[in-house]
Design a protein around this ligand. Structure first.
Ligand code: ADP
Ligand code: MG
Length: 259
């Protein structure tokens, strides 16, 4: 009993989370199967390390604000032949994140831009990188509010600090002058210091329109594209395919904002 109490105290002192759940089972097993002391200790510690790692990943994933959790394994490359699977697998090594390069996914709605960003984000988190996901619209709105509240410096850090910043859906709405200015600042601050994954339904040619200013759009693109990879997806929307399959496809029922 004294031993039991002392063990419990030591375990809580060490901040172990998994060992208290498994120690008795493993101790019985070790006794029954003649497992060596070192092997017993090794088993406990390995399980503890795994549990801590899982907890850490779960926390980092929560902080990343991903809109949904989907992996590369869930991505059907055969449905989207314009995507070179090897290139995506290569990007999934996260060398581009290590080298602070950017990734731009272009293409019409529903072709998997957000899915691929999320999948790469989950890989990045697994490898220990920090990630933050935002839509272009939320990014700009957050910064505008922060600007009004005099907290722009702190807010900017949220978008500058992570190893990977995902800016989803550039081009669905045009930006006004202040918004475009904030956007430019984020891109400049992250230039050669952190990766950006960006998705857009507009090709580079029409970015002048998005930012309402051709000169600013050029400055943004200049920094963004300097060290970057572009994936141009041309194909059918996966959402529409699913609707067709479900048998309730009607042109007027396609609502891209249902995700
Ligand atoms: P968008 O290009 O508009 O960002 P999404 O990545 O959000 O499109 O894809 C829309 C939906 O279809 C998501 O639920 C996504 O997981 C799914 N999806 C898209 N393409 C594929 C694919 N090739 N294989 C599996 N699921 C896909
Ligand atoms: Mg999307």
């Amino acid at each position: 009993m004294m031993l039991q109490a002392r063990l419990e105290e030591a375990i809580s002192h060490m901040g172990w989370v998994r060992i208290p759940e498994i120690i008795h089972h493993h101790a019985e097993e070790a006794a029954a199967q003649n497992i060596s002391y070192l092997e017993f200790l090794d088993k406990l510690l390995q399980e503890e390390i795994k549990a801590k790692r899982d907890r850490f990943i779960r926390m980092k994933t929560r902080l990343a604000h991903l809109p949904y959790h989907k992996t590369l394994e869930q991505f059907d490359f055969s449905f989207q032949p314009s995507i070179d699977e090897r290139r995506i697998r290569d990007l999934a090594t996260l060398r581009f994140v290590q080298q602070q390069e950017n990734l731009i996914l272009l293409g019409p709605p529903g072709v998997g831009k957000t899915h691929l960003s999320v999948a790469l984000a989950l890989e990045a988190i697994k490898q220990g990188f920090t990630v933050y996901f935002t839509t272009a619209h939320d990014l700009v709105q957050t910064l505008q509010i922060a600007h009004q509240n005099n907290s722009i410096k702190q807010k900017m850090r949220v978008f500058i600090k992570p190893n990977v910043l995902i800016i989803d859906e550039i081009g669905y709405r045009k930006m006004d002058e202040t918004a475009a200015h904030f956007f430019f600042q984020i891109i400049s601050e992250r230039y050669e210091s952190g990766s950006i994954i960006l998705t857009s339904n507009k090709s580079y040619g029409s970015w002048g329109e998005i930012f309402g200013d051709a000169v600013l759009a050029t400055a943004i693109l200049d920094r963004l594209l300097h060290h970057s990879h572009t994936i141009n997806i041309k194909g059918e929307s996966y959402r529409i395919k699913e609707k067709k399959k479900a048998g309730f496809f009607r042109t007027e029922s396609i609502d891209d904002k249902t995700e």
